[in-house]
Ligand binder design. Structure first.
Ligand SMILES: Nc1ncnc2c1ncn2[C@@H]1O[C@H](COP(=O)(O)OP(=O)(O)OP(=O)(O)O)[C@@H](O)[C@H]1O
Length: 374
């Protein structure tokens, strides 16, 4: 899969910009705060409809504007597709080949991306929501069913928590409406759980293989799904539903007292083990980085396996954060097969490592100029 054209209007510090990409390696070179990350962010938002660095969509719009637009042409299975995403204070609109797509699950997945930024190196040790977000975003872009059920789950969860507050303030016990919300939550939640388990089996297989390669067979990586629920990967979807429903019902009084839903996939987490030791607690910083890199590289292979094409890779100033071995491993994975966009303040780390001819753009204060290819 390749992004062949990117056009921006009122996006962050870009008033109007149109770029065509010919090569599989594209470098955005520039000083700090010039707009390099904004370019990668625009590609990420075009793919996922949300940013990796803000939850406030308004921040994406140019300061003096009331809407922003990102448009991209992609080449997918040898066919050209045009994607469009408009953000305004009325919300977001997405189009594929100029036709509006109202459901997230009809749009996300058209363009597959994997982003690797310095903050991803904290994926292992950071807060659980980082890892939940990781699994939701990655699985969501390759499986529209997951995104569909996750969207319902999140909506119902919000309604249920609001209703729990109401019951608490009215000093009431559970009632029929709480039963209805709980049943809906258990239904959508069971799909989320089932599909997460299926995904993790594949993610673990790929990350293990990659981790083995980076460490020359010295370390064995394992991934575990952490949940308070007594469930496992061999269960079928209806079993998850039955079990989740029973647990939610068991916690009615506690949930009303706490005014929030205490069990379910929104509380779950991932943990990582190297040679049976928990990486979060016992891993060195190097092992945590290698684990994060293995996961990112696994995502690339997994997307290829699931969709038949490699995703577009976005590397946000990450090369300088990796040591020589890890840099070489990363570049070897990409070779000429994965279209890659890199932001950097200097070509120093990259020059002697580059495997294919890059297309280099100089970024200066929201202006982008193509330099001659190196
Ligand atoms: N909504 C917006 N409207 C206009 N300008 C914005 C908006 N949001 C951010 N900016 C500007 O974008 C610039 C930051 O761009 P970006 O984050 O892409 O930097 P960068 O080139 O990646 O730098 P670094 O190497 O430090 O990460 C800043 O000058 C900031 O003021």
């Amino acid at each position: 899969m390749r992004l062949t054209k990117l056009s921006l209007l009122n996006f962050r510090n870009y008033k109007e910009l149109s770029l065509k990409f010919d090569n599989s390696l594209v470098i955005f070179l520039g000083e700090n705060a010039q707009g390099k990350t904004n370019l990668l962010e625009s590609i990420y938002v075009l793919a996922m409809t949300r940013s990796h660095r803000t939850t406030t969509d308004k921040e994406l719009i140019g300061w003096s504007d009331d809407f922003g637009r990102i448009e991209g042409d992609i080449l997918k299975h040898n066919k050209q597709l045009t994607l469009e995403m408009v953000v305004s204070n009325k919300g977001k609109k997405t189009k594929v080949n100029h036709l509006e797509k109202k459901r997230l699950s009809e749009y996300v997945g058209e363009l597959n991306v994997v982003l690797f930024a310095p903050e991803d190196l904290y994926l292992i040790k950071g807060a659980p929501q980082l890892r939940r977000r990781f699994i939701d975003m990655e699985l969501g872009q390759i499986n529209p069913h997951y995104l569909y059920h996750l969207t319902i789950y999140q909506k119902v969860l919000k309604q249920r928590n609001k209703y729990l507050k109401q019951l608490a303030s009215d000093k009431k016990n559970s009632d029929q409406y709480l039963d209805v919300l709980t049943e809906q939550l258990a239904n959508s939640g069971s799909y989320v759980l089932y599909l997460r388990y299926q995904y993790l089996i594949k993610l673990e297989k790929w990350s293990q293989e990659i981790h083995d390669g980076i460490t020359n067979g010295r370390e064995i990586l394992e991934i575990k799904y952490e949940t308070k629920l007594d469930i496992n990967s061999s269960m079928e979807r209806p079993e998850f539903e039955e079990y989740l429903l029973a647990e939610l019902k068991k916690n009615y009084n506690k949930d009303i007292f706490k005014q929030s839903t205490s069990v379910g996939p929104h509380r779950d987490d991932l943990s990582f083990y190297i040679d049976k030791n928990n990486v979060q607690n016992f891993g060195s910083q190097g092992q945590q980085r290698t684990t994060a890199l293995s996961l990112k590289l696994a995502e690339i292979e997994l997307i290829k396996e699931e969709t038949g094409e490699y995703p577009v890779l976005l590397l946000d100033d990450v090369m300088s954060e990796l040591d020589d071995d890890r840099q070489i491993h990363l570049l070897k994975t990409i070779e000429n097969k994965v279209q890659t966009f890199i932001t950097t303040t200097t070509l120093k780390h990259l020059e002697d490592r580059m495997l294919s001819q890059p297309e280099i753009y100089q970024v200066r204060n929201g202006q982008v100029e193509r330099k001659s290819d190196s």
